[in-house]
Structure formats: C-alpha cells, structure tokens
Write a protein that binds this ligand. Structure first.
Ligand code: GLU
Length: 549
C-alpha cells in the first residue's frame, strides 16, 4: 500500500487537479494588471478598516486594468451570521465599490472563476488535499481533543512553543497501513499538512507595503481539512488565489505573521505565490496613546455609521485614499475638480504603521465634495437619506421646486457654499427658509454689534419703507444697505471704518447683520441677497415685522 491508496480511501470521489487547472483559464490581462480580492467572512459587519482595504485593492485593480473580486470565506461556519453576505454586498454598493466578479447577493454571483463562496468549493479543496496526500505532503491525524489538550498542557508546563509540530506531531509518521487501519476502524480524523519547515531557519519575504521582513519557517503541521470536510482558511485561500488568478493579496496586517505558512502552502502545492501587501490598521487616539479603531468601542468603526449620518460615499472613499497615500492631499489641492480615479495610488508609499483616524477630516472632505454637487443632486441625496432617517426633513423636501431654490443659494458659482458635511446637517441648514419651521421655533434675535432695540427697529423699518425693492440687482441692493448705514450714522465701507473706528459706532456689515438676523434669526447664513430672492417681498416683510415687535 502507498500514499495513493490512502488518498483514494480518504477522498474516493475527488477529481484530478488537472481538471481544475484546465477549467480555470489563466486570465488574459494587460501586463502589470493587478488581480486582487476582498475576502471577508460573512459576519455582516463591515469595519472601516475593511472598507479601507477594499478602497485600496479595488483602486489598484482599476488603475492597472485588472480585476477586483469578492470572495466569501465561510468555511468557519460557527462565525457565520444570517444574511451576512448581503450586509457586505450592500455596504460595498453603498460606497460605490462594487466588485468586478464575485457574489452579488446571498446566492448569485458573476464571473468565470466561481464559485466565489468557499463552502461551495469543497470538491476543489478536497481534490488538492488528495493531491498532497498522494505525495505524502499531507496526512490524516487522529489526535483526539484529549490528546491535544494533554499535549498543550505538557508544552505549557515545559514552557516550550505550543503547537502540533516536530516530535509533538504524533500522527505524522504513521505508516500508510496504520493510517488505513484506523480509518477502516472508524477513528475520526482531520487532514494536516506535513510541514517541511524548520523553526531555526529563516525565510526572507518582501512585502509590498512593509518591505523586507524575516520570519522563521513554518514548522507547524497545520490542519488543512477539518472534520466537517471543509478546508481551513489558510488552505482554502491558497487554492482560491491560485485558481482565481490573484496577483496581489492586499489585506490587513494581522495576517502578516501567517505569511510563512502561506508561502509554504503555495510552494507545496506548486503554485506561483502572489505578492502580498499588508495594510496597517486605522488607529485612534485614546487617552494620549494610540490604539486600533475598535468595533466594540467606536461607533465610527462601522461603515454603516457613515450611511446613517449621511456622509456621501465619495467622501469616505476619498478620506481613505487620503490616509493611504500622504501625497493624495497635495494632488487634491492641485486637481480640485478631478475624479479620484485620476490619482495614482502606490502601495509602496503606504504607511507601515497605522494611519490616525480623524473624523474632522472626513467631514471636511465631505463639505468640499458636497459643495461641488448641483442643487439637484443635493436634493436627490438629501431626500433619499431623509426617507430612511429623518421624516421631518423628508416632508420639508416635498416641495421640490422650492427646495431646489433653497439648495441653489450660493451654489454653482466659483466659490460654492461649504456648510453641509452630511445629510443630517441639511435640516438645520435650511429650516429657516421654511415659514412653518421658522415661526414654530423660538427665534434667536441676537444682533451682535447693534444692541439698542430702538436703533434695530429703526434700521429694519427704514429698510422696508425706503430701501427695499424686489427688482434691485445685487449691486443696487448692496448700495442701498450702504445708504441705510450712512443714514443711521454708520460707516458705508468696512475699510473706512477700520482706519478710523472711533468715528462711527459701526459699519455697513453691522447693518447687514441686523437685517440678516431679523430675516433668518441666524448670524451666519449664505448670501442674504439670494435668500431674499427666494423668500420674496411678502415673506421678507412679515419676518421683519415680527422682528420689530
Ligand atoms: N477571510 C480572511 C479574513 O476574514 C481573509 C484574509 C485574506 O484576505 O487573505 O480576514
């Protein structure tokens, strides 16, 4: 009896690996094209750190004419969550990061290299496990849980490296006959790799992000096929990345220490190993120190957080590119209107230690992103968001024609307003433009510099009676406010007042503020002329009269 007989006994129905090698053709892609993937377990939760990996991986694929695919790694069925795949797919879609291939919902997929869900690839893994068994590169291990516990206890007591390796690998050297007998006997078993590695030897590895790293070789006889017949992640990923033509494995650096094992697997399976790029996690400042952004402690670690508060998806992706390559910021400054697809991301320029998370920066980017939207897109996006998250805002936006006028204020010009960072800011931002809301809320008439009620009333009344004309263009409108300033003894020009501030109680800006506050009950608003255009005479006068009461 030889290894072949053992392999046949264990996997009688498995196909020859040549079947799969021929079935999955080499990809026909341009030179330098990167094929990469996002390979989550279907736990439903998408961490900002995962989105970060996706943004990077997908961008690298896109900018080289390659392929980005989604592979669901569901071989650890204990960790699975119902509809976990949908959660992931929806998050990617929400952020405009749909993959080129892979799962598109719980059950369907696109692409020629599937199935893209590991639990459906059992036959493939078993074929390769059989192939290793045939060559004596893998073996059945009959260790019972008690035996393994005992081994661990001994290793702990002797303070030696834990694991199933070397002399501890009790079933590594069974003869084929002994193994066959145990199997025929019905003894339960799993399949382990017969590692040729030695702990006292080093491998050199060049990581695209981390640079050169040295590791001891892997000498653990890791499990490759579990008792349920499914592979472990380590074994499955090597076969999948080989058959799916992955050129670059781009993933979180918690996997860096698995590289010796992964390279060994590729070698033993006689596959060409992909390049590895291990991304440092996103960090957060905490109590003067730094720690990983945490699913448990930080609400902003969940990508759903950004959807819920309504940060536009491009802003989140742009932020992530920003922390991926520090030269992005300069590029953005020089190319304020370019699409991010024009930025060339470089893996080897990524930071080796983690980037620091900064919500202020995300919101800042979001403000710029939104400032470039048309009134129409703001309307669409805000309505869409409000439909799920804010009924009041949704109702406010029902009058589309009016809402478009409101969103059109100071927009579409060279320096558009930058006051909205997220859709949850919109209500507060536009409420005063709606009479029902304006009168229902307590108004905040704080006129800043001018505090004398009599003077305030005089300014407002004069403005209504003498200076307001709904047909004035902006220049005339503003000249009239200057006239009004002069009439009440204030400086016409801010500049003049600055030269001799003792000469007047204030300047035209203070008069504008009185009018602005009376009109909107806010000291800061976008352009008052445009606001007046949208409100119209009747509504303006009603507000002014209300303010003078
Ligand atoms: N399934 C692994 C995870 O959940 C993927 C690791 C990899 O990308 O190779 O992180």
């Amino acid at each position: 009896m030889d290894y072949k007989d053992l392999a046949n006994l264990i996997f009688p129905d498995a196909k020859e690996i040549s079947y799969y090698e021929e079935k999955y053709k080499k990809r026909d892609l341009p030179e330098g094209a990167i094929v990469t993937r996002f390979a989550p377990s279907p736990t439903g939760f998408v961490h900002l750190g995962s989105l970060y990996q996706v943004v990077i991986a997908r961008k690298m694929a896109k900018q080289t004419g390659g392929v980005f695919f989604l592979r669901v790694e569901d071989t650890d069925q204990k960790r699975e969550v119902e509809n976990g795949v949908t959660g992931i797919i929806e998050s990617l879609r929400d952020f405009g990061l749909t993959p080129d291939e892979g799962m598109i919902n719980e059950t369907e997929e696109i692409g020629e290299y599937g199935p893209y869900k590991q639990s459906l690839r059992k036959d493939i893994y078993q074929a390769y496990a059989k192939h290793l068994l045939e060559q004596g590169k893998a073996y059945p291990c009959f260790a019972t849980p008690e035996e393994l516990d005992e081994m661990r206890a001994k290793q702990e007591a002797a303070k030696i490296r834990p694991g199933y390796y070397g002399v501890w690998a009790k079933y590594r050297n069974l003869t084929v006959e002994e193994a066959v007998e145990k199997i025929k006997n019905g003894d339960p078993y799993i399949i382990r790799l017969k590692s040729p590695g030695r702990e006292d030897r080093k491998i050199k590895h060049h990581d695209v992000i981390k640079g050169n790293v040295d590791f001891p070789e892997n000498d653990q006889d890791v499990v490759i096929i579990k008792a349920d017949g499914l592979p472990t992640y380590h074994f499955a990923h090597a076969i999948d990345d080989h058959l799916m033509g992955t050129t670059h494995v781009i993933r979180g650096d918690e996997w860096l220490s698995s590289v010796p094992l992964h390279l060994q697997l590729f070698q033993m399976l006689e596959f060409k190993a992909p390049k590895y790029a291990h991304i440092a996690p996103i960090m957060k400042e905490d109590d003067g120190g730094k720690r990983k952004l945490s699913k448990r402690k930080d609400p902003e670690a969940a990508v759903s957080y950004y959807t819920e508060i309504g940060v536009p998806k491009e802003a989140v992706s742009e932020y992530l590119l920003n922390i991926a390559n520090s030269n992005f910021e300069l590029w953005r400054k020089q190319n304020p209107n370019s699409d991010v697809s024009e930025f060339e991301l470089q893996l080897n320029k990524m930071s080796v230690s983690g980037a620091l998370f900064d919500i202020v920066k995300i919101l800042d980017i979001a403000k710029t992103v939104i400032s470039k939207y048309t009134a129409g897109s703001i309307y669409e996006e805000a309505t869409n968001w409000a439909k799920t998250y804010d009924e009041e805002l949704y109702n406010l936006l029902q009058d589309k024609e009016y809402a478009l006028k409101v969103f059109g204020i100071e927009r579409g010009n060279a320096k558009p307003r930058k006051d909205i960072a997220k859709w949850s800011d919109v209500k507060e931002n536009i409420e005063y433009m709606y009479d029902d809301e304006f009168y229902a809320k307590e108004r905040n008439y704080e006129y800043q510099k001018v505090t004398d009620k009599e003077l305030i009333n005089k300014i407002i009344t004069l403005y209504m009676e003498k200076y307001y004309n709904e047909n004035d263009d902006k220049q005339t409108w503003f000249d009239k406010i200057k006239d009004l300033a002069e009439e009440v003894g204030f400086a016409r020009e801010v500049k003049e007042w600055k030269k001799e501030p003792e000469k007047w109680p204030g300047h035209v800006g203070d008069i504008s503020t009185v009018l602005r506050v009376a009109l909107t009950s806010k000291a800061n608003t976008p352009d008052m002329y445009e606001i007046m255009q949208v409100l119209g005479k009747e509504r303006i006068f009603r507000r002014f009269e209300e303010a003078t009461k």
